[in-house]
Design a protein. Structure first.
Ligand SMILES: NC(=O)c1ccc[n+]([C@@H]2O[C@H](COP(=O)([O-])OP(=O)(O)OC[C@H]3O[C@@H](n4cnc5c(N)ncnc54)[C@H](O)[C@@H]3O)[C@@H](O)[C@H]2O)c1
Length: 409
């Protein structure tokens, strides 16, 4: 198997399916042999892109069950959130390694089904949280592992992304976010910021999320955007959105750390994940691009001539090999290189029969924040307990990182 080209399937050929394809076309170890979407024109578009890259033509399907029957070597699922679990269950039951795209779940039962199916079949399952592989997040994790921040006490992360056009545009593109924002009020997309934090806090491996509390602001952004956007004003004017503009969630961990998350997707602002790690000896701040070890930067130095003091580059020896050796083409394949690094590791683990770097327990502990935050908000921001999806195994499971990190003495 090790040197064999994997014949893989890509299910869901919308925005993300197209983004994943750009990376897949750069990877010599895979052939996109099967593709699947509900819309025939999306299948044709992907076939044309694959032909343009001089790669063999894939077989197209409208139904994911036909993909599974074709027995690909691995499946990537990039469909709408509500479809991920049933596809993953069907793939695992058929013994086909499967990776699902990010997104939360409204359904705790689905989380248990994923865990039970994995434990029964032991079919490799991976959660495609690309931010766990991003340069900044890898650097922060490496600095933590090398003890530079002492004991980590608090972490912050946000998903600030102005998605008003994507959400309203669902009326034409069928994008699932439109219905999600109409009918749910929760942190619907917690994993980009929570995934890397959970990994560095060893969640499900000596630590666990215990409980959360969530709060949502009023919902105004979408209605103001729709009213001022001619193409939507008539068709979506007066739509009721349950989803508050800004949702904040506090999580308490078994080992005493706290995490603060912010979802902020319906107001005008620039993109940010804002990772911040605070420990007893130092702090990492993704937005300000600085590492502050035990007060080496003081408040006066921090803001010089109106510019933030940025010293992140001084710590590049702490990066993994993937990031030290990344090429321009790999970086340009999507999201600054993190997609390429993630997919390369996923296929490497499949070919060499290694444990998945982001496994089923990681996936469900992060996805369930959506369901738990909805419950907390609906009940007046009460604390809601996390299920222990490991059924006690978190106490003995050993910490592992998604990538080998350097040990600097
Ligand atoms: N990791 C990232 O950086 C990133 C970025 C964007 C989106 N995503 C994730 O990718 C997924 C897709 O998001 P998107 O923005 O591309 O959505 P999209 O609506 O553009 O694409 C989803 C596609 O799935 C297809 N689909 C839905 N149900 C299906 C089914 N039962 N069988 C076959 N095809 C089906 C739809 O027809 C559509 O073409 C989501 O989980 C999203 O959270 C991840």
């Amino acid at each position: 198997m090790e040197n064999k080209v994997l014949k893989i399937a890509l299910i869901g050929l919308g925005q993300r399916g197209n983004g994943l394809l750009t990376n897949l076309l750069c990877l010599e170890e895979v052939e996109v042999a099967y593709i699947c979407d509900l819309f025939p024109e999306r299948i044709e578009k992907i076939k044309a892109r694959i032909a343009e890259a001089n790669k063999p033509s894939p077989v197209g399907f409208a139904n994911y069950e036909d993909v599974i029957a074709a027995k690909p070597d691995a499946i990537l699922v990039a469909t709408s959130w509500s479809n991920h679990v049933k596809t993953a269950l069907a793939a695992m039951s058929a013994g086909i390694p499967v990776a699902i795209e990010v997104g939360g779940t409204h359904n705790i039962e689905d989380c248990w089904k994923l865990v039970d199916c994995y434990e029964k079949t032991k079919t490799p399952f991976m959660f495609l949280e690309n931010c766990c592989y991003n340069r900044d997040e890898i650097l922060a994790t490496s600095l933590v592992r090398n003890g530079k921040f002492g004991e980590v006490v608090h972490c912050y992360g946000e998903y600030c992304h102005d998605l008003r056009e994507e959400i309203a545009g669902g009326i034409d593109t069928h994008h699932y976010r439109l219905e999600e924002y109409k009918h749910h009020n929760c942190d619907n997309y917690p994993t980009h910021e929570l995934g890397p934090i959970a990994k560095l806090l060893n969640i499900n491996r000596g630590n666990r999320f215990v409980r959360l509390v969530s709060m949502s602001s009023k919902a105004r952004g979408m209605n103001v955007y729709i009213d001022k956007t001619e193409k939507y004003a008539n068709r979506l004017g007066g739509t009721h959105f349950d989803q508050g503009d800004v949702t904040t969630t506090m999580i308490q961990c078994e080992n005493g750390e706290t995490i603060l998350l912010k979802l902020d997707t319906t107001l005008p602002h620039l993109y940010s994940r804002g990772l911040r790690i605070e420990g007893t000896l130092g702090c990492y701040d993704q937005n300000a691009q600085h590492v502050n070890i035990d007060g080496t930067i003081n408040d006066e130095e921090f803001l010089q001539d109106g510019k933030f003091f940025q010293n992140q580059k001084e710590y590049s020896e702490y990066l993994s090999d993937d990031w030290r050796n990344i090429t321009k083409e790999q970086m340009e394949a999507g999201h600054g290189g993190m997609d390429y690094v993630m997919l390369k590791h996923y296929f490497h683990c499949i070919r060499d029969h290694l444990e998945m770097p982001i496994d089923v327990y990681d996936a469900v502990s992060w996805m369930v924040v959506t369901a738990l935050s909805a419950e907390s908000i609906a009940k007046g921001s009460i604390p809601v307990e996390f299920p222990d999806f490991t059924r006690g195994k978190w106490k003995t499971r050993q910490p592992v990182d998604v990538i080998d990190l350097p040990k600097i003495s």
